[in-house]
Design a protein around this ligand. Sequence first.
Ligand code: NAP
Ligand code: SF4
Length: 679
Amino acid sequence: MDMSDRRGRTFEKLLSPIRAGVHDLRNRVIMGSMHTRLETEPNGIERQVAFYRERAHGEAALIVTGGFAPNAEGMFDPEGPRLDDPQQALGLKLICDAVHQEGSLICAQICHAGRYAKFEGCVAPSAIRAPINRFSPREMSQQDILRTVDDFARAALNAQAAGFDGVEIMGSEGYLINEFTVTHTNKRQDDWGGSADNRHRFPVEIVRAVRDRCGPGFLIIYRISAADLVEGGAPAEEIAALARKIEASGADILNTGIGWHEARVPTIAYPVPRGAWRKAAANVKAAVSIPVVASNRINTPEVAEDILASGDADMVSMARPFLADPHFVKKVREGRAHEINTCIACNQACLDFIFSDRPANCLVNPRAGRETEFRDTPSETPKKVAIVGGGAAGMATAAEAARLGHAITLFEAENRLGGQLNLARVAPGKHEFDETLRYYAALMDRHGVTLRLGLRATVDDLAGFDHVVIASGVTPRIPDIPGIDHPKVATYAEILCGAREAGQTVAIMGAGGIGHDVAEFLVTHPAEANENAAFFDTWGVDGQFRNAGALAGDPLAAVPAKRKVVMLQRKTSKVGQGLGISTGWILRNALRKHGVETLAGVVYQRIDDRGLHVLLNGETKVIAADTIVLCTGQEPVRTLHEALAARGIPASMIGGAAEAAELDALRAIDEGVRLAQSL
Ligand code: NAP
Ligand code: SF4
């Protein structure tokens, strides 16, 4: 990534104000709703205040909170946040005050989980179980529906009393309101089902009730599903008709949502090209005159500006990018866009944490949701620190320590920074790591880090420093089996860095995260993760967003692969089980679609001219392969540690050098930033 592209570039449209309802927004950027689970933590309010204050300080014009249920049935899980108790709602006033002090507006999202709620007794327009939920919903009665409309209005009133400027009514992603609007989940034959007008009645009544109850000055955002991505989803003309009805019912802004949670098309993770869904927002914009917001996979000011300048949308919503960098907009305004820490759409520490009942964090920004644990004050005892290794851990330590006033020299044996990130970035969609490299380069430049590239530091080079940080990373593990030095064998590092080219038939040993990434790299045509048209073709999406559910085919249909790949593991467990919760299904499906074969429970026997010999279910099998790629884990590189100790030079060890097992960029960056804070 060339920083000069971004340095000094202006983003006029993004920074221009806009009026919505009776409110003036200072720019075109909304921080979209995210469930953080901070409310479940000790000091939950204090942590939420710090979290939202920092993002308002970073100049998001309008912040939308995570979803609050309007009643008990509408919660995601039995402990989920809700807004039906006026006293409890008042407890949120501190958050609103903090955001207002920083000059931003804040809206509470009201979201009824419908058939996605994870408990007995969840409700839906029709009693049809969601494929991603083990609980079956009960069909709502007419009385249930009217009561729920009223619950939305009462929740909005509670939000207003707590100081919120408005609410976002969640009508997308397959939650209750969305379940009413499409035939996929609404089989009712009364006034709330059947014709489009009947199916749209529920959201229309909710918006009307909120407007009636909260008055004309209260901001109402309605999040409309602009592409359901499920069979039996809405066609474009129904989405446009609903948008018009919602506008007429009193909404001030239409935000757009893409894809139900049960959709088999990726919508926000890294395999989705940036800005892929902008034309779905443009369809909504063509139907109404209130501001329309584009969302999903907008992560840089360039993409945002382009969407706004082209007229596809009036505003952009970014959620995860505000975890990655709370000061996104402020940096744009100050001409420091090259210093934005960009969301790489990995989902590893945001969604995957939430799905495993942990508060949201961010792979590239360990402070996210942990604001109260970190300090910004410069060190009172600045040190002269050497860092050995310019991978994720080393760069994170260097940038943070230099920011806090330490004098940093970073040694890297290669001629470029990045370490394992230079390999990770080659997997389809993971070129987003280039932004991480650009961010650290910008930060180290700003804070005066001395870079010593192409130098393998010796103990003599490190004498004279107050402290040394060993972040020398990992090297691929070479298993001890006969024939491992056969010319067919290559490490994942050799394949990903381009030192070795794989043949037409490949066996991959090891089916961890790297095995999957290498398999995807070997079978995928690069356009699939870079160009909208190729991505839509691969996943069966109607790129014009006109068909029912915006689908043009089966998202799981086979697609042509670049090579024949077999991936093996010794464990008998399901292949790909350890992948990220919110991205593993995409990777597994992508490999299946490209015809990758997987074998679990193998015993490696030997490698020779015929290929890889394994024992499977007691029988010998030869996997004929032109190339055998080792994705069999890593070993730490830590040669300096003992030598430094012998010379009495204080040193710390972090990242893969400290512990190679399960090393990923999340742990490397977290350890680096925390160590820098403690120096
Ligand atoms: P990994 O997930 O530990 O996988 C390495 C695999 O190699 C193991 O699953 C193991 O499977 C096999 N193995 C280990 N020692 C072996 C030996 N001596 N001989 C033969 N096979 C052996 O590690 P990784 O794939 O190298 O990834 C490193 C880290 O990066 C992990 O934390 C991973 O989660 C993360 N990462 C994640 C993703 C992703 O989620 N998309 C992508 C890249 C990296 P068997 O023992 O069953 O054969
Ligand atoms: Fe973005 Fe990954 Fe951070 Fe989530 S964890 S906000 S996807 S960079």
